[in-house]
Design a protein around this ligand. Structure first.
Ligand SMILES: Nc1ncnc2c1ncn2[C@@H]1O[C@H](COP(=O)(O)OP(=O)(O)O)[C@@H](O)[C@H]1O
Ligand SMILES: [Mg+2]
Length: 392
């Protein structure tokens, strides 16, 4: 027997630290950043920038800044400008500005002694090095929330006034602050705040269709041809969209679903792989919720679980589920409830977050309800429901 071929072509493209060359749906923000720093490339030293990038988790803040940083340094190099881009995650340094500065300095002088200097002294040394090397720095302080929480206004002052630390004509350091929520800046006093908020780039949550584009690009880079169907991408994008437009969640799901496909030696990623991936990410504390459902809600849900266990489709119509439900009712010696009632069960289970229902246009009958089971493995669901019916 031939050995199993992985569904992946290059798994590293799904790594959390991988920054793609092109960020779909962040083109506008990317060009805005380039625009802000254009002057710096044209007239280095004449001015410095201060930018805030803000947006929810997984909206691409870190990726955008890093893409920009890499691109602007190579552009500067072409123009023979000695520009450095340094990206620090402040939370990794527990919001201690002093530790952040140590790290920044180490990127210029790895042997610089770690002890014996205050944050302010480190800043001065940094400026001195930049002077000596005739270099410029774009410093991105990612998760800057951590610094504000830990240190407050004074550090923000130090940073934004740093050009005044020395009597120099050349502006050497530009700053990009990344934070989830601008509200956090309310914790610092108004004058420190005003030194920060010059240009704010707000990244909105991704819509489902945008997540589809992002996922499609990653699928092409990371998976073997035909390993991931359109339906599966659709399902993952749905989940990412309901997880507040979070691209990180969507990409992690894609990766995990691929891992499940490989573990089961499948040729492609199935909707069931996605469901397993979800339930492995969100520990579904749903057992008591399932146990508390009424009998026909359980029978209906069991029909759904069986349908998705036996079918490779990501979506089912209500009538397809109705047929499965009828079989389940027969098995349990129950009289099936009406179509209208099933529709109500579907709405209820969808409100609980167990199912997803949506109305779609069909070519023949106008509109139909389609169902998907985005967050629970059909196999696990059947097992759990069967167990709870036996206990009855
Ligand atoms: N527009 C995009 N195109 C491609 N990948 C993206 C895009 N936005 C985010 N990602 C990816 O999603 C994940 C989360 O993005 P990240 O920049 O870490 O979000 P944030 O810093 O806002 O929490 C990363 O793997 C990143 O590469
Ligand atoms: Mg980030």
């Amino acid at each position: 027997m031939a050995s199993h071929q992985s569904v992946f072509k290059d798994e590293t493209k799904l790594d959390i630290n991988y920054v793609p060359r092109h960020l779909p749906h962040r083109e506008k923000e990317y060009y805005l950043l380039m625009e802000f720093f254009n002057y710096l490339i044209q007239f280095p030293g004449k001015m410095s920038q201060r930018i805030i990038i803000t947006g929810d988790v997984g909206t691409g803040k870190t990726a955008l800044a890093q893409r920009f940083g890499t691109d602007i340094t190579s552009e500067a190099k072409r123009q023979r400008i000695n520009l450095h881009y340094v990206h620090v995650n402040c939370r990794e340094y527990r919001g201690k500005f002093f530790l952040v500065m140590q790290h920044v300095l180490a990127t210029f002088q790895p042997t610089f002694p770690k002890r014996g200097y205050s944050a302010e002294e480190l800043l001065k040394v940094l400026l001195q090095i930049l002077e000596e090397e005739n270099a410029y720095l774009i410093l991105t302080l990612d998760e800057f929330d951590a610094i504000i929480e830990h240190e407050g206004s004074e550090t923000v002052y130090k940073l934004t006034r740093l050009q005044e630390l020395r009597a120099i004509e050349q502006q050497r350091i530009s700053l990009i602050f990344i934070m989830r929520d601008l509200k956090i800046t309310e914790k610092i006093d108004a004058s420190a705040r005003s030194t920060m908020q010059h240009n704010v780039i707000k990244l909105e949550k991704y819509q489902k269709s945008q997540l589809i584009d992002i996922l499609n690009e990653r699928v092409t880079m990371a998976f073997a041809p035909l390993a991931v169907s359109e339906d599966v991408i659709n399902l993952i994008a749905d989940l990412g969209a309901s997880e507040s437009g979070n691209a990180r969640f969507a990409i992690e799901l894609l990766w995990r679903a691929g891992k499940y496909a490989d573990a089961e030696k499948l040729e492609s990623v199935t909707p069931e792989c996605v469901r397993k991936a979800v339930s492995s990410i969100i520990p579904t504390a749903r057992k008591s919720e399932l146990a508390s459902l009424r009998l026909h809600e359980k029978l209906f849900l069991l029909g759904i679980a069986r349908f998705f266990k036996e079918n490779k489709n990501a979506y089912a119509t209500l009538s397809e589920i109705e047929q499965m439900y009828a079989v389940v009712c027969e098995e349990f010696g129950e009289q099936p409830h009406s179509h209208t009632q099933l529709w109500k069960y579907a709405q209820f289970l969808s409100a609980l977050g167990i199912l997803k229902t949506e109305v779609t246009a069909t070519s023949t009958r106008g509109r139909a309800t389609r169902l998907s089971l985005p967050a629970i493995s059909a196999y696990e669901l059947e097992k759990e429901l069967s167990a709870s019916m036996e206990r009855r």
